[in-house]
Every structure is written in C-alpha cells, then in structure tokens.
Design a protein around this ligand. Structure first.
Ligand code: FDA
Length: 396
C-alpha cells in the first residue's frame, strides 16, 4: 500500500468558502490541500452576479440571513466583515461599484475574484487538486484519512466546503450533507431558495402574454416583505423580489403582490373617476403600469369597455386589489436547477459559531453554503462564505 500524503488541513471544495479558509490556514503556516471534483475552481463565483460577482453587501448583518438559529452567523460575520472583503478586493486592484441596496459588483469580471483567491492561495503555498473526487473519508487517530481518486491523503483537520445542492450542472452535490451524517451531525431540511416561482397551467395560460414584463413590486409571503423588481416569466414569476420571497415561501402558501406599492390605487381611481371621468380603466392603468400588464388587469376585471365614470366603488376596489393585493398560490419553484442557493443544511447546533468546528468531532469543520445559514439575494451569500471560511481558517 502506498503511503498517504500527509497534510495539516484538507479542504473539500474550491468554492468561495473553501478557498478563503485555505488562504487563512496557509497564512498560519499550515500545509493545506484543497480538493475539488470539478476541473476548475470557483465555478459559482464565475457565474455569479451575471458574470460580475456581487461579492458582498455594504449592509451585511445577521438580519439578512435565514437559519434555524438566527444568532449563529453573528460571530463569524463580525470577525470577518464586508469591510475586510472590500480591503482584500482593493489590495488586488479590482475595481468595483455599488449597484443598488449596498450590493458591490466587480466593474470587470467575476474571474478577477477567482484570480484574487488563487493568487492568495499560491502566496500561502496552498496545494489545489482539481478533477479529484473524494471517494471515502474515515477517522484515523485524531485526524482523518481520505480516499481520493488520485490516492490516499491524511490530515489533522478536515474542512467541508462542498456548498449546497443548487445548480448540479456545475458540480453541486449533497456530499457535504452525507459527510455530516456520516459523522453523526444533524442536517436540517434542505430546499431550493432564491429561486423563481412557478404557476399551474390555468394561471399560466392567462398570464402567458405577460412573459417578459417587469415591475417594481412589493412581494409578501411568510410574513416578510421585499420591495424590488419582479418579472413575469413563461413559467411564473422571477426577479429579485420573487427570488427573495422564495426563501420564505412554503408549498400551499399565498404570495401577496403589490405592483404599485407606493400608491393608494383605490383612492387614486376614485379621484380619477371625477377628474378623468371618460378615461378607460385600461388607459388609466397604462399610465402607471406597463401596457401589457394594464391590459391584462383590465381584461381580468371585465372593465375593458368601461370608462371610469361607469364604475361603482366596489369595482374600483376590486381593480385596486388586483393591482396592489394580488394573491397567488404558486405550485412550486424551479428547483435546484436554477436556485441560487440551498436553504437549510448542517445543523448549527452541532457547530461552534466561533470556529465552525463540529462540537462532537474534533478537527472537522463545515463552512459556507453547506451550513444551515442562507443569505438574502445581494452579496450576502458570498459574505457568509468569506466569513465562515475565514474563521475556520484561523482554527483548522
Ligand atoms: P460553492 O458551491 O461555491 O463551492 C463548493 C465547491 O465544492 C464547488 O467547487 C464544487 O465543485 C465542490 N464540490 C461539491 N461536491 C464535491 C465533492 N463531492 N467532492 C469535491 N468537491 C465537491 N451569492 C452572492 O453573494 N452574490 C452573487 O452574485 C451570487 N450569484 C449567484 C449566481 C448563481 C447563478 C448562483 C447559482 C449562485 C449565486 N450566489 C451568489 C450564491 C453563491 O454562489 C453561493 O452561496 C456560494 O458560492 C457558496 O460558496 P461555497 O464555497 O459554500 O460553495
């Protein structure tokens, strides 16, 4: 039997969290190997933010994360903050800008972030084994023994940074959850999040002409409201407001949508009935909403041939509700195929919030998306990857 290569730290997963952890452990003088089954590192970084990587958010804080334990992320987020990330990005001469709501994007390309991480890994002598599968992991004394497709490896600390299940096409697997279970750690229910919502065939038939229409909306579900853009698609609804809401939506629940959230539509319609009595409902709606949407609402409300003056208060109320209290029950989501993240994951009760170490298994760490900490849309998920990776890198 050939001797196993010996490392201080093996990190499984060359994503944002894994690479950050490897850099920090390497900085401390640890001999670090990062293993990934994909042929290239940081694939999610590459495709993130429309190719420009929304690498953090100026306003990142615990309130922007979903977890069974809302407080778990606080420690890591406060030890390695968005400002630390910004410093690192600046040090590497990467130009960036705030797009909206504190979201920071590269001016150029997301690959700049990947190169930044690879340069730092190289500077700290981190080894990277790509196209390498982990076939087996077992306890070996105080450390771990891994069967890799390239041979055996042993390490004192094992960091699991395999990400979640979203976008299997680019290498996402449930391997991190399997490892957690193998070592006796609980895993909370996982589900696709930051994902478009889909409608049943009947509703889709009615809404088909609206595919491609976008509005600024207020979307409420599960007691949480998001005010951002919303997009009608061929399958249902998408856009930032819907993606955000999807993380809180559960099967069978209603999503309430206001398409003119800044306007009291009922009061405005009543006023217009006096001031523009001969205007049609569709024309009035068309002054406030995209034309196709205005037409669709007017048709649904059976008011196309009516002028405002013809309509009693009850009809105006009904139109106002169709605009600002539209209640829909999606039949599901587009699933992991398009979900930006996975909600749920390794139960935080089993982890030390200061180091991300498994309490019951010395030397074992879980970081990034594989953990039950899920950020909102807007750079929060990368911030969690950087923060959790950084703290584990100080300990592993
Ligand atoms: P990540 O998934 O990045 O890395 C895990 C690594 O483990 C991968 O390289 C994978 O190949 C590897 N792996 C998996 N199974 C393995 C196995 N069995 N053996 C070996 N290796 C294995 N977030 C944000 O903050 N801003 C943004 O702009 C975006 N944009 C965005 C767009 C799209 C299309 C998606 C899908 C997602 C985003 N996100 C985002 C979310 C963000 O990409 C995500 O939360 C982080 O990449 C998670 O980082 P991790 O390092 O935890 O996992």
């Amino acid at each position: 039997m050939t001797a196993a290569a010996a490392w201080d730290v093996v990190v499984i997963g060359a994503g944002a969290a894994g690479m950050m952890c490897a850099i920090e452990a390497g900085r401390r003088g640890r001999r670090v190997l990062v293993v990934d089954h994909a042929p290239t590192p940081g694939e999610k970084i590459r495709i993130s933010g429309g190719g420009r990587c929304n690498f953090t958010n100026l306003n990142a804080g615990p309130a922007n994360f979903i977890s069974a334990n809302r407080h778990f992320c606080r420690s890591a987020l406060s030890r390695y903050t968005q400002h630390d990330v910004i410093d690192m990005v600046r040090r590497h001469g990467i130009a960036f800008h705030e797009k909206t709501l504190g979201q920071l994007f590269c001016d150029g390309s997301a690959t700049q972030i990947i190169h930044m991480l690879l340069d730092e890994m190289q500077a700290h002598h981190v080894a990277l084994a790509l196209s390498t599968r982990v076939e087996r992991v077992e306890r070996s004394g105080d450390g771990f023994r891994l069967a890799l497709t390239s041979g055996m490896a042993e390490c004192a600390s094992l960091v699991v940074a395999c990400g979640g299940r979203s976008i299997p096409k680019i290498g996402a697997t449930g391997f991190g959850y399997d490892l957690a279970r193998q070592f006796g750690l609980p895993v909370t229910e996982t589900r696709p999040a930051l994902v478009p919502l889909i409608f049943d065939a009947e509703l889709l038939e009615r809404l088909k002409p609206l595919a491609g229409v976008a509005v600024d909306a207020a979307v409420t579900t599960g007691g949480v409201r998001f005010d951002e853009a919303m997009l009608f698609t061929h399958r249902g609804l998408s856009g930032p407001a819907i993606l955000q809401a999807s993380s809180y939506w559960r099967e069978g629940e209603t999503v309430e949508i206001a398409m003119l959230p800044g306007l009291d539509v009922y009061a405005a319609l009543r006023e217009a009935r006096t001031s523009h009595a001969r205007q049609s409902v569709q024309t009035w709606l068309g002054h406030h909403l995209p034309r196709r949407l205005a037409q669709s609402i007017a048709e649904d409300e059976h008011t196309r041939r009516f002028n405002l003056a013809d309509l009693p208060d009850t009809r105006l109320r009904s139109i106002a509700n169709a605009v600002n209290a539209w209640r829909v029950v999606p039949v599901g989501t587009e699933g992991y195929r398009t979900a930006e993240v996975t909600l749920g994951g390794v139960d935080t009760r089993a982890l030390d919030q200061k180091t991300m170490a498994a309490r019951a298994v010395p030397g074992l760490y879980f970081i990034g998306e594989v953990v039950d900490v899920t950020g909102w849309l807007g750079g929060y998920n990368f911030q969690w990857a950087w923060s959790s990776g950084w703290v584990a890198g100080q300990a592993a």
